[in-house]
Design a protein. Structure first.
Ligand SMILES: Cc1ncc(COP(=O)(O)O)c(C=O)c1O
Length: 400
Protein backbone atom coordinates (compact mmCIF):
# COMPACT_ATOMS: atom_id res chain seq x y z
CA UNK A 1 0.00 0.00 0.00
CA UNK A 2 1.37 3.43 -0.92
CA UNK A 3 0.69 6.13 1.64
CA UNK A 4 0.65 9.75 0.53
CA UNK A 5 1.28 12.32 3.26
CA UNK A 6 2.36 15.26 1.12
CA UNK A 7 -0.91 17.13 0.61
CA UNK A 8 0.77 20.50 1.21
CA UNK A 9 2.86 19.90 -1.92
CA UNK A 10 -0.10 18.69 -4.00
CA UNK A 11 -3.37 17.04 -3.08
CA UNK A 12 -4.43 14.12 -5.28
CA UNK A 13 -7.39 14.94 -7.59
CA UNK A 14 -10.66 15.25 -5.69
CA UNK A 15 -13.56 13.00 -6.70
CA UNK A 16 -14.98 14.03 -10.08
CA UNK A 17 -12.05 16.26 -11.06
CA UNK A 18 -10.39 13.94 -13.59
CA UNK A 19 -13.76 13.22 -15.22
CA UNK A 20 -14.61 16.91 -15.45
CA UNK A 21 -11.23 17.79 -17.02
CA UNK A 22 -11.47 14.96 -19.57
CA UNK A 23 -15.13 15.62 -20.38
CA UNK A 24 -14.58 19.33 -21.02
CA UNK A 25 -11.40 18.72 -23.00
CA UNK A 26 -13.29 16.26 -25.20
CA UNK A 27 -16.79 17.76 -25.40
CA UNK A 28 -16.28 21.51 -25.09
CA UNK A 29 -13.91 22.49 -27.89
CA UNK A 30 -14.94 26.15 -28.22
CA UNK A 31 -13.10 29.29 -27.17
CA UNK A 32 -14.92 31.07 -24.30
CA UNK A 33 -14.50 34.40 -26.12
CA UNK A 34 -16.38 33.15 -29.23
CA UNK A 35 -19.98 34.18 -29.73
CA UNK A 36 -21.22 30.91 -31.27
CA UNK A 37 -22.72 28.03 -29.30
CA UNK A 38 -19.51 26.01 -28.75
CA UNK A 39 -17.88 29.20 -27.46
CA UNK A 40 -20.75 29.90 -25.12
CA UNK A 41 -20.59 26.33 -23.77
CA UNK A 42 -16.95 26.91 -22.89
CA UNK A 43 -17.88 30.27 -21.35
CA UNK A 44 -20.48 28.52 -19.17
CA UNK A 45 -17.81 26.10 -17.89
CA UNK A 46 -15.56 29.02 -16.91
CA UNK A 47 -18.47 30.86 -15.26
CA UNK A 48 -19.45 27.79 -13.24
CA UNK A 49 -15.86 27.37 -12.04
CA UNK A 50 -15.69 31.04 -11.09
CA UNK A 51 -18.87 30.67 -9.05
CA UNK A 52 -17.54 27.60 -7.20
CA UNK A 53 -14.18 29.24 -6.39
CA UNK A 54 -15.91 32.44 -5.25
CA UNK A 55 -18.26 30.45 -2.97
CA UNK A 56 -15.26 28.73 -1.35
CA UNK A 57 -13.81 32.07 -0.19
CA UNK A 58 -17.07 33.97 0.39
CA UNK A 59 -16.43 36.29 -2.57
CA UNK A 60 -18.29 37.64 -5.58
CA UNK A 61 -17.53 35.70 -8.80
CA UNK A 62 -16.59 38.86 -10.72
CA UNK A 63 -13.74 39.55 -8.27
CA UNK A 64 -11.95 36.29 -9.11
CA UNK A 65 -9.07 36.44 -11.64
CA UNK A 66 -8.08 32.99 -12.85
CA UNK A 67 -4.33 32.37 -13.09
CA UNK A 68 -1.99 29.47 -13.77
CA UNK A 69 -1.73 28.82 -10.02
CA UNK A 70 -0.46 30.27 -6.76
CA UNK A 71 2.86 31.50 -8.12
CA UNK A 72 1.21 33.55 -10.84
CA UNK A 73 -1.42 34.86 -8.42
CA UNK A 74 1.34 36.06 -6.06
CA UNK A 75 3.22 37.64 -8.97
CA UNK A 76 0.10 39.41 -10.23
CA UNK A 77 -0.67 40.70 -6.73
CA UNK A 78 2.80 42.07 -6.00
CA UNK A 79 3.85 43.24 -9.45
CA UNK A 80 0.37 44.39 -10.46
CA UNK A 81 0.09 46.45 -7.25
CA UNK A 82 3.65 47.79 -7.53
CA UNK A 83 3.04 49.05 -11.07
CA UNK A 84 0.04 51.06 -9.87
CA UNK A 85 1.51 52.22 -6.54
CA UNK A 86 4.85 53.37 -7.93
CA UNK A 87 3.43 56.62 -9.30
CA UNK A 88 1.98 57.48 -5.85
CA UNK A 89 5.46 57.46 -4.27
CA UNK A 90 4.57 54.54 -2.01
CA UNK A 91 7.48 52.27 -2.91
CA UNK A 92 7.80 50.34 0.33
CA UNK A 93 6.76 46.67 0.56
CA UNK A 94 6.45 44.83 3.86
CA UNK A 95 6.41 41.06 3.85
CA UNK A 96 7.48 38.29 6.22
CA UNK A 97 10.65 36.20 6.40
CA UNK A 98 8.73 32.95 6.00
CA UNK A 99 6.86 33.52 2.73
CA UNK A 100 6.82 31.01 -0.10
CA UNK A 101 9.46 31.58 -2.79
CA UNK A 102 6.76 33.00 -5.07
CA UNK A 103 6.51 36.03 -2.77
CA UNK A 104 10.14 36.05 -1.61
CA UNK A 105 11.59 36.09 -5.12
CA UNK A 106 9.03 38.61 -6.37
CA UNK A 107 9.81 40.92 -3.42
CA UNK A 108 13.50 40.64 -4.29
CA UNK A 109 12.69 41.57 -7.91
CA UNK A 110 10.84 44.69 -6.69
CA UNK A 111 13.83 45.52 -4.49
CA UNK A 112 16.07 45.37 -7.56
CA UNK A 113 13.88 47.94 -9.25
CA UNK A 114 14.16 50.39 -6.38
CA UNK A 115 11.54 49.32 -3.85
CA UNK A 116 12.39 49.27 -0.16
CA UNK A 117 11.47 45.87 1.25
CA UNK A 118 11.02 45.09 4.95
CA UNK A 119 10.92 41.40 5.88
CA UNK A 120 9.22 40.95 9.23
CA UNK A 121 10.72 38.44 11.64
CA UNK A 122 8.57 35.71 13.19
CA UNK A 123 8.65 34.30 16.72
CA UNK A 124 9.71 30.76 17.64
CA UNK A 125 6.25 29.44 16.74
CA UNK A 126 6.35 31.09 13.29
CA UNK A 127 3.94 33.97 13.95
CA UNK A 128 4.33 37.60 12.82
CA UNK A 129 3.79 40.07 15.67
CA UNK A 130 1.25 42.76 14.64
CA UNK A 131 3.25 45.27 16.73
CA UNK A 132 6.26 44.65 14.48
CA UNK A 133 4.13 45.43 11.43
CA UNK A 134 2.86 48.59 13.11
CA UNK A 135 6.46 49.71 13.68
CA UNK A 136 7.47 48.95 10.10
CA UNK A 137 4.55 50.76 8.44
CA UNK A 138 5.07 54.36 7.34
CA UNK A 139 3.57 56.79 4.87
CA UNK A 140 5.57 55.31 1.99
CA UNK A 141 4.30 51.74 2.53
CA UNK A 142 2.27 50.75 -0.52
CA UNK A 143 1.74 47.05 0.02
CA UNK A 144 1.92 44.49 2.82
CA UNK A 145 2.04 40.80 1.89
CA UNK A 146 1.85 38.17 4.64
CA UNK A 147 0.86 34.57 3.99
CA UNK A 148 -2.26 33.15 5.63
CA UNK A 149 -0.64 29.83 6.63
CA UNK A 150 2.87 28.64 6.12
CA UNK A 151 3.41 25.65 3.83
CA UNK A 152 6.17 24.04 5.94
CA UNK A 153 4.89 24.33 9.51
CA UNK A 154 1.23 25.23 8.92
CA UNK A 155 1.19 28.22 11.30
CA UNK A 156 -1.75 30.57 10.69
CA UNK A 157 -1.08 34.33 10.83
CA UNK A 158 -3.39 36.97 12.42
CA UNK A 159 -4.38 38.26 8.96
CA UNK A 160 -7.40 40.36 10.00
CA UNK A 161 -5.26 42.32 12.50
CA UNK A 162 -2.40 42.76 10.01
CA UNK A 163 -4.79 43.91 7.26
CA UNK A 164 -6.47 46.43 9.57
CA UNK A 165 -3.11 47.90 10.63
CA UNK A 166 -2.02 48.18 6.99
CA UNK A 167 -5.23 49.93 5.98
CA UNK A 168 -4.91 52.36 8.86
CA UNK A 169 -1.65 53.57 7.26
CA UNK A 170 -3.10 53.62 3.75
CA UNK A 171 -1.34 50.46 2.49
CA UNK A 172 -2.89 47.62 0.50
CA UNK A 173 -2.84 44.12 1.96
CA UNK A 174 -2.19 40.84 0.12
CA UNK A 175 -2.28 37.37 1.60
CA UNK A 176 -1.01 34.17 0.03
CA UNK A 177 -3.78 31.81 1.15
CA UNK A 178 -2.58 28.88 -0.97
CA UNK A 179 -2.30 26.61 2.07
CA UNK A 180 -5.54 27.62 3.77
CA UNK A 181 -8.14 27.78 1.00
CA UNK A 182 -9.97 24.46 0.99
CA UNK A 183 -8.55 23.47 4.40
CA UNK A 184 -9.96 26.02 6.82
CA UNK A 185 -12.95 28.31 6.26
CA UNK A 186 -11.66 31.36 4.39
CA UNK A 187 -13.84 34.45 4.04
CA UNK A 188 -12.35 37.38 2.17
CA UNK A 189 -14.91 39.54 3.99
CA UNK A 190 -13.71 38.67 7.48
CA UNK A 191 -10.00 38.53 6.61
CA UNK A 192 -10.17 42.09 5.35
CA UNK A 193 -7.40 41.66 2.74
CA UNK A 194 -7.44 43.43 -0.64
CA UNK A 195 -5.80 40.62 -2.58
CA UNK A 196 -5.80 36.85 -1.89
CA UNK A 197 -3.96 34.10 -3.78
CA UNK A 198 -5.16 30.50 -4.03
CA UNK A 199 -4.05 27.41 -5.92
CA UNK A 200 -6.26 24.54 -7.11
CA UNK A 201 -3.80 21.67 -6.78
CA UNK A 202 -3.58 22.17 -3.02
CA UNK A 203 -7.22 21.13 -2.62
CA UNK A 204 -7.69 18.48 -5.30
CA UNK A 205 -7.83 20.56 -8.47
CA UNK A 206 -5.52 20.19 -11.46
CA UNK A 207 -2.01 21.62 -11.23
CA UNK A 208 -1.61 24.88 -13.12
CA UNK A 209 -4.95 26.44 -12.17
CA UNK A 210 -5.50 29.00 -9.43
CA UNK A 211 -6.82 32.47 -8.81
CA UNK A 212 -6.22 35.89 -7.38
CA UNK A 213 -9.17 37.48 -5.60
CA UNK A 214 -9.10 41.27 -6.06
CA UNK A 215 -11.21 43.58 -3.88
CA UNK A 216 -13.83 45.40 -5.94
CA UNK A 217 -12.59 48.78 -7.13
CA UNK A 218 -8.90 48.01 -6.63
CA UNK A 219 -6.96 48.55 -9.85
CA UNK A 220 -4.06 46.26 -10.68
CA UNK A 221 -1.79 46.48 -13.70
CA UNK A 222 -2.15 43.29 -15.76
CA UNK A 223 1.10 41.35 -16.01
CA UNK A 224 0.05 39.24 -18.99
CA UNK A 225 -1.07 41.66 -21.66
CA UNK A 226 -3.05 40.81 -24.78
CA UNK A 227 -6.75 40.02 -25.05
CA UNK A 228 -9.47 41.21 -22.71
CA UNK A 229 -9.94 37.93 -20.81
CA UNK A 230 -10.52 38.08 -17.06
CA UNK A 231 -11.82 41.66 -17.44
CA UNK A 232 -8.48 42.73 -18.88
CA UNK A 233 -6.67 41.65 -15.72
CA UNK A 234 -5.03 38.53 -17.21
CA UNK A 235 -4.84 38.05 -20.97
CA UNK A 236 -4.84 34.69 -22.72
CA UNK A 237 -7.42 32.08 -23.66
CA UNK A 238 -8.58 30.40 -20.47
CA UNK A 239 -7.48 26.85 -19.64
CA UNK A 240 -11.09 25.68 -19.78
CA UNK A 241 -10.56 21.97 -18.91
CA UNK A 242 -8.34 22.83 -15.94
CA UNK A 243 -10.83 25.45 -14.73
CA UNK A 244 -13.61 22.84 -14.95
CA UNK A 245 -11.53 20.64 -12.64
CA UNK A 246 -10.77 23.59 -10.36
CA UNK A 247 -14.49 24.29 -10.01
CA UNK A 248 -15.28 20.67 -9.08
CA UNK A 249 -12.41 20.65 -6.56
CA UNK A 250 -13.62 23.93 -5.03
CA UNK A 251 -17.11 22.51 -4.52
CA UNK A 252 -15.65 19.33 -3.00
CA UNK A 253 -13.35 21.36 -0.74
CA UNK A 254 -16.30 23.40 0.50
CA UNK A 255 -18.12 20.18 1.41
CA UNK A 256 -15.10 18.70 3.20
CA UNK A 257 -14.15 21.79 5.26
CA UNK A 258 -15.76 20.31 8.38
CA UNK A 259 -13.95 17.03 7.81
CA UNK A 260 -10.64 18.94 7.86
CA UNK A 261 -11.39 20.53 11.22
CA UNK A 262 -12.44 17.20 12.74
CA UNK A 263 -11.06 14.05 11.08
CA UNK A 264 -7.95 15.44 9.38
CA UNK A 265 -6.97 17.34 12.54
CA UNK A 266 -7.62 14.26 14.72
CA UNK A 267 -5.45 12.03 12.50
CA UNK A 268 -2.69 14.64 12.35
CA UNK A 269 -2.74 14.92 16.16
CA UNK A 270 -2.70 11.14 16.53
CA UNK A 271 0.32 10.85 14.22
CA UNK A 272 2.13 13.68 15.98
CA UNK A 273 1.44 12.47 19.53
CA UNK A 274 2.49 8.90 18.75
CA UNK A 275 5.74 9.96 17.05
CA UNK A 276 6.57 12.25 19.99
CA UNK A 277 5.79 9.42 22.44
CA UNK A 278 7.43 6.53 20.56
CA UNK A 279 10.56 8.22 19.19
CA UNK A 280 12.82 9.89 21.77
CA UNK A 281 14.41 13.16 20.66
CA UNK A 282 11.54 14.41 18.50
CA UNK A 283 10.09 17.94 18.54
CA UNK A 284 7.20 19.69 16.80
CA UNK A 285 8.15 22.88 14.96
CA UNK A 286 5.73 25.80 14.89
CA UNK A 287 2.57 26.74 16.74
CA UNK A 288 0.44 23.74 17.66
CA UNK A 289 -2.82 25.58 18.19
CA UNK A 290 -2.95 28.19 15.39
CA UNK A 291 -2.23 25.70 12.62
CA UNK A 292 -3.89 24.27 9.51
CA UNK A 293 -5.26 20.77 10.25
CA UNK A 294 -3.22 19.09 7.53
CA UNK A 295 0.25 19.73 8.83
CA UNK A 296 2.83 18.61 11.37
CA UNK A 297 6.52 19.43 11.08
CA UNK A 298 8.72 17.27 13.29
CA UNK A 299 12.47 17.34 14.00
CA UNK A 300 14.15 14.01 14.71
CA UNK A 301 17.43 14.52 16.58
CA UNK A 302 20.44 12.95 14.93
CA UNK A 303 18.69 11.96 11.69
CA UNK A 304 19.08 13.85 8.41
CA UNK A 305 15.55 14.47 7.17
CA UNK A 306 16.45 13.55 3.60
CA UNK A 307 17.64 10.12 4.72
CA UNK A 308 14.45 9.50 6.68
CA UNK A 309 12.40 10.74 3.73
CA UNK A 310 14.13 8.28 1.40
CA UNK A 311 13.81 5.43 3.91
CA UNK A 312 10.08 6.13 4.25
CA UNK A 313 9.70 6.41 0.48
CA UNK A 314 11.29 2.98 0.05
CA UNK A 315 8.55 1.69 2.34
CA UNK A 316 5.89 3.40 0.22
CA UNK A 317 5.32 6.43 2.46
CA UNK A 318 5.59 9.87 0.78
CA UNK A 319 6.45 12.83 3.04
CA UNK A 320 8.52 15.99 2.56
CA UNK A 321 11.36 17.98 4.05
CA UNK A 322 11.38 21.73 4.40
CA UNK A 323 14.61 21.96 2.46
CA UNK A 324 14.56 23.68 -0.88
CA UNK A 325 16.64 21.66 -3.26
CA UNK A 326 18.07 23.99 -5.84
CA UNK A 327 21.05 23.48 -8.13
CA UNK A 328 21.95 20.28 -6.31
CA UNK A 329 22.50 21.92 -2.90
CA UNK A 330 20.23 21.30 0.03
CA UNK A 331 19.78 24.49 1.98
CA UNK A 332 18.16 24.30 5.41
CA UNK A 333 14.63 25.72 5.34
CA UNK A 334 14.45 29.54 5.48
CA UNK A 335 11.23 29.15 7.46
CA UNK A 336 12.76 27.08 10.25
CA UNK A 337 15.82 29.35 10.31
CA UNK A 338 13.56 32.41 10.66
CA UNK A 339 11.87 30.66 13.61
CA UNK A 340 15.28 30.49 15.28
CA UNK A 341 16.05 26.80 14.72
CA UNK A 342 19.71 25.96 14.24
CA UNK A 343 20.73 24.81 10.76
CA UNK A 344 21.42 21.32 12.12
CA UNK A 345 17.95 21.03 13.68
CA UNK A 346 16.33 22.41 10.53
CA UNK A 347 18.05 19.64 8.54
CA UNK A 348 16.37 17.01 10.72
CA UNK A 349 12.84 18.31 10.08
CA UNK A 350 10.22 16.35 8.23
CA UNK A 351 6.77 17.53 7.15
CA UNK A 352 3.81 15.18 7.22
CA UNK A 353 0.73 16.65 5.51
CA UNK A 354 -2.64 14.92 5.42
CA UNK A 355 -5.88 15.34 3.52
CA UNK A 356 -9.50 14.23 3.72
CA UNK A 357 -8.61 10.96 1.96
CA UNK A 358 -6.03 9.99 4.61
CA UNK A 359 -7.28 6.99 6.61
CA UNK A 360 -6.74 5.74 10.16
CA UNK A 361 -5.09 2.61 8.74
CA UNK A 362 -2.54 4.77 6.89
CA UNK A 363 -1.74 6.76 10.03
CA UNK A 364 -1.32 3.52 12.02
CA UNK A 365 1.03 2.16 9.34
CA UNK A 366 3.18 5.29 9.48
CA UNK A 367 3.22 5.25 13.28
CA UNK A 368 4.46 1.65 13.13
CA UNK A 369 7.21 2.35 10.56
CA UNK A 370 8.77 5.56 11.84
CA UNK A 371 10.34 4.34 15.14
CA UNK A 372 12.30 1.37 13.68
CA UNK A 373 13.48 3.44 10.70
CA UNK A 374 14.69 6.23 12.97
CA UNK A 375 16.47 3.70 15.22
CA UNK A 376 18.19 2.17 12.18
CA UNK A 377 19.30 5.54 10.80
CA UNK A 378 20.60 6.61 14.21
CA UNK A 379 22.60 3.37 14.46
CA UNK A 380 24.05 3.90 10.98
CA UNK A 381 24.83 7.52 11.75
CA UNK A 382 26.58 6.49 14.97
CA UNK A 383 28.62 3.81 13.17
CA UNK A 384 29.56 6.16 10.33
CA UNK A 385 30.65 8.81 12.84
CA UNK A 386 32.83 6.44 14.84
CA UNK A 387 34.40 4.95 11.70
CA UNK A 388 35.02 8.47 10.38
CA UNK A 389 36.53 9.61 13.66
CA UNK A 390 38.82 6.58 13.81
CA UNK A 391 39.97 7.30 10.26
CA UNK A 392 40.38 11.03 11.00
CA UNK A 393 37.82 11.96 8.31
CA UNK A 394 36.44 15.52 8.53
CA UNK A 395 32.67 15.41 8.28
CA UNK A 396 30.90 17.39 5.61
CA UNK A 397 28.99 20.31 7.19
CA UNK A 398 25.71 18.92 5.89
CA UNK A 399 26.19 15.67 7.75
CA UNK A 400 26.18 17.38 11.14
C1 LIG B 1 2.19 29.11 0.36
C2 LIG B 1 2.36 28.82 -1.10
N1 LIG B 1 2.32 29.82 -1.99
C3 LIG B 1 2.44 29.62 -3.30
C4 LIG B 1 2.66 28.37 -3.81
C5 LIG B 1 2.80 28.19 -5.28
O1 LIG B 1 1.61 27.66 -5.84
P1 LIG B 1 1.64 26.94 -7.27
O2 LIG B 1 2.32 25.63 -7.08
O3 LIG B 1 0.19 26.80 -7.63
O4 LIG B 1 2.35 27.86 -8.20
C6 LIG B 1 2.72 27.28 -2.93
C7 LIG B 1 2.99 25.91 -3.43
O5 LIG B 1 3.75 25.16 -2.88
C8 LIG B 1 2.57 27.51 -1.54
O6 LIG B 1 2.61 26.51 -0.65
Amino acid sequence: MRIYLDFNATAPPAPGVVDAVCRVLRDTPGNPSSIHAPGQQARAVVDDARGAVAALIDAAPSDIVFTSGGTEADNLALRGAADVLESTGRRHLITSAIEHEAVLATSAALERRGWRVTRLAVDASGVVDPAALEDALDDTTGLVSVMHANNEVGTIQPIADLAALSHARGAWFHTDAVQTVGRVPVSVQSLGADLLSLSGHKFGGPKGAGALWVRRGLKLEAQLTGGKQERSRRAGTENVPALAGLGVAAAYARNTLDQHQTEVARRRNQLEQRILADVPGTHVNGARDQRIPSTTNISVDGVEAELLLIALDLEGIAVSTGSACSSGTLEPSHVLKAMGLSASRARTSLRFSLGPETTDAEIEAVIARVPPLVARLRRLNHTATSVGERAGVRRHPRAR
